[in-house]
Design a protein around this ligand. Structure first.
Ligand code: SF4
Length: 457
């Protein structure tokens, strides 16, 4: 690694920033001092999302737990773990492919063969059909999706089983089935098209959901969407049905449908803890998009006041937020789009542009380090990474790789066959719904199209 790239890596490291804040060596604020510790501390404690943006969320009973990480990995220095990962990867060669989500800590991302969002990474795995193991440095639903799309002989490995997603957990299969039954009392048989050939409700699930929910959607004529193609998917859903049930993220659903011209009054919220989701039958009758009461605790931190402050302090700043952010924040921004959109917008901007970005801090800090020609900062001044992405630490990556070197597969994620068939149907419908290429709001970036995921050396 050259001195320059080492400097860039240091600047990109959110872990380093958090440790400097915790030790008092630098100013600033993090949302939880415990973030300076290894995640095994929380894996050994009561089930929780752990420190970070989701720490106030209630984790569902029975959420996957991670067993103890051997002491050798817990006590190893950063440098030792880096070297162990590098050596294990070299030994495994083409037998393994490592996928790193944009929101992973930089100490993990630097070992990834591909870096991207969940959909890009699932596609990237398809380019390596001969790899015996796919190590997915992301969260649980992403590993499930990679398992659905990969060959059965390939083992998909999640380095820490406690790396779930609090948003995905907000819609469980039983609650969605119960919602479906209640909707049938309002609309009649939900699986039979009317005289115009339209279904009463088309279920659409965001990629950030369990394989079981993707299976539900597949069984009921629905589609999976990503933040890149949500508009295209909703357009296709409206060609098939009178209305959409959108889960789990209310904000992506609302922001996308609003940009398509759906009035807010036609977007009732479904609260799974209340009869008819807290609605009356008349409101549901007029609904175009029924929004599940789910959200991302990372993107919910962004506020209109943060945007106003950025504009006061940085005249001419370009504000781009992820569409998982609340609607007033999206409305106050210059553009809203997926992580891929944000990356391309920064790549396409003339040098000297100032960006305030509303998405997870690991991606923002990495972009700032990799683009010194711009000024890039996170809208949220408090350093507060995604709690579950944080659970993937280089110690766990070193462990799963060294186990593979020894011929042992640990932490394999396998979607049961009974779920996989229907989930694949919903995913295949999504694959046919090409991304619109447009942001949820604002202008499209003018950078040339990127490959499915950024290949790393
Ligand atoms: S950033 Fe939000 S949606 Fe993404 S994994 Fe974390 S909690 Fe889930």
């Amino acid at each position: 690694m050259s001195p320059t790239s080492l400097d860039t890596r240091r600047a990109a490291s959110v872990d380093r920033s958090i440790r400097l804040i915790a030790s008092g060596a630098s100013g600033g604020e993090s949302c939880a001092p415990e973030l300076a510790e290894g995640p095994w501390t929380f894996d050994a404690g009561p089930a929780s999302y752990g420190p970070g943006a989701s720490m106030g969320d209630v984790i569902p009973t029975g959420s996957p737990r991670q067993g103890a990480l051997p002491e050798a990995y817990r006590l190893a220095s950063d440098e030792e773990l880096h070297e162990r990962i590098r050596r294990a990867k070299q030994t495994l060669g083409e037998r393994v492919v490592i996928l790193g989500h944009f929101y992973q800590r930089d100490e993990v991302v630097q070992h990834a063969d591909f870096v991207g969002d969940s959909f890009q990474l699932a596609n990237a795995a398809l380019t390596r059909p001969d790899a015996e193991a796919i190590v997915f440095c992301g969260v649980h639903f992403m590993a499930e999706t990679a398992d659905l799309l990969s060959r059965p002989e390939q083992a998909v490995i999640l380095p820490n089983l406690a790396a779930g997603c609090s948003m995905a957990d907000m819609a469980d299969e039983a609650s969605v089935e119960a919602c479906w039954e209640q909707l049938a009392t309002v609309y009649g048989d939900l699986d039979t098209p009317d005289a115009d050939g339209l279904l009463p409700v088309v279920p659409v699930t965001y990629m950030n959901s369990s394989a079981a929910l993707k299976g539900f959607v597949g069984r009921h004529g629905g589609i999976v969407c990503t933040s890149s193609n949500a508009r295209t998917v909703l357009e296709q859903a409206f060609e098939r049905g009178r209305r959409v049930l959108f889960f789990p993220d209310q904000h992506l659903g609302r922001n996308t449908a609003k940009a398509m011209g759906v009035p807010l009054e036609a977007m009732p919220m479904w609260n799974p803890r209340q009869p008819l989701g807290g609605n009356d039958a008349a409101a549901l009758g007029d609904a175009r998009v029924i929004l599940w009461h789910g959200f991302c605790s990372v993107h919910r931190r962004f506020t209109v006041e943060q945007i106003a402050q950025a504009r006061r302090e940085h005249p001419g700043v370009r504000v781009i937020v992820h569409p998982e952010s609340p609607m007033p924040v999206v409305d106050a921004s210059d553009a809203a789009g997926s992580t891929d959109y944000i990356v391309k917008a920064i790549q396409a901007a003339p040098a000297g542009t100032t960006f305030a970005i509303g998405t997870e801090i690991n991606l923002v800090q990495r972009l700032a380090a990799e683009h010194p020609e711009h000024t890039i900062f996170c809208l949220d001044p408090v350093v507060c990474p995604c709690s579950t992405m944080y659970r993937i630490h280089p110690g766990y990556l070193a462990w799963v790789l060294e186990e593979l070197v020894e011929g042992r597969v640990v932490n394999r994620i396998q979607v049961p066959d009974a779920v996989a068939a229907d989930a694949k149907v919903a995913l295949e419908r999504m694959l046919r719904a090409l991304p619109s290429g447009a942001p949820v709001s604002g202008a499209a970036p003018t950078a040339p199209s990127a490959p499915p995921a950024a290949a790393r050396s």
